[in-house]
Each structure stands twice: as C-alpha cells, then as structure tokens.
Design a protein around this ligand. Sequence first.
Ligand SMILES: [Zn+2]
Length: 192
Amino acid sequence: MKTRTSRTLVTVAAAVALTLCACGTAPAPPTPQRTVPVEPLRIGDAATDTVGGWLPAGVTLSPFDVSNPIVGWLDPSLLTAIQDAADAAAADRIDMRITSGWRTPGFQQRLFDMGVQRYGSVEAAREFVAAPEVSKHVTGEAVDIAPVEADMWLIRNGSRFGLCQIFANEIWHFELAVVDGRCPPLRPNAAG
Ligand SMILES: [Zn+2]
C-alpha cells in the first residue's frame, strides 16, 4: 500500500505597480460626411489574432512600409501608384495611410462572417464586404486608405495615378481601374 502526500502550492502573483501611460484623450475624429454610411469592418479586439492582413484597431501603415505584407504583398503596380499618390498628397499636406491592403482568404472570410453578423444575412453582408473568392484585397489589388481627408484627396486626384474609388458606399477603398484616363462609374456597393 502506498501513501501519497500531495501538496498544493499556491502561487500568489505579486501585484506589480505599473506606471500607466498618461496619454491624453485623442482628439475626436472629424464628423463623418454623409457619404460615409458605415465604418469599415475591422477585427480590432482580438489581440492574439495573427491572421494575415490583420492590423490592430487604430494602427495604420505608411504606403512605404513594405516590410509588412499588408503593404509589401500588394500588386506591384498598385503599390507604386499608391506611393506616388502619397507623395503628391504629402505636397498638399495630406498624410495618406493604409488601413488594409493584402489579406489572406482566411482573414477575408472572417471579415465576411462578421459582416453577416452585423448586417443579418449573407445577402446584406455582400453589400459591405466581399467574399474571399471575389475580394480584390486577397489578390493584393485593393487598398483601404485613411483618414477621410486622404480619401477625399484620392477621390479627386487618384485618376492621375490610375486609382479609383470603386464602391459608392466605401470611400476608403481604391483599386487601379482607370480606363482612357477616367475612373468607371461608381458601383453602388460590393454586391452591385
Ligand atoms: Zn477595401
């Protein structure tokens, strides 16, 4: 017969006093224009989410930050166009930032699933987010740009660089789409 004495050790983690950031409250973003019906879908609350193409909420990238695959794996001609546009915008004191670019199919699927949750059905979600099979982000042929001033600058000037807004309900989403010097008519949404 064997007697076993078990001992439970309870480790109590000592509280560590942390010096917390005394950052002030960020200034409120500009009031969205009436042409902005919805915010883009973002996965911003999953700190452990490492799927390709994800950026933490509030984090943006420079169009020249090619070390990040979100930027670096964009289609080369789109990347060049965005960089040239960013240089020209900077001359107008507009800081052009990328909030999303290249995405894996898995990340796009998660965005689509979130869209279904937010909008209530697959059909409704298709108006706001593309399925992985059709998303130009998955092929590196689309970028999402911020802030709103940069979107508005690019809507006015993007065709010089081959860049066009594609969907009426996504002022932040741009693709190379110029034909004969002009952008095509806006499609109402990603489903239209
Ligand atoms: Zn987009």
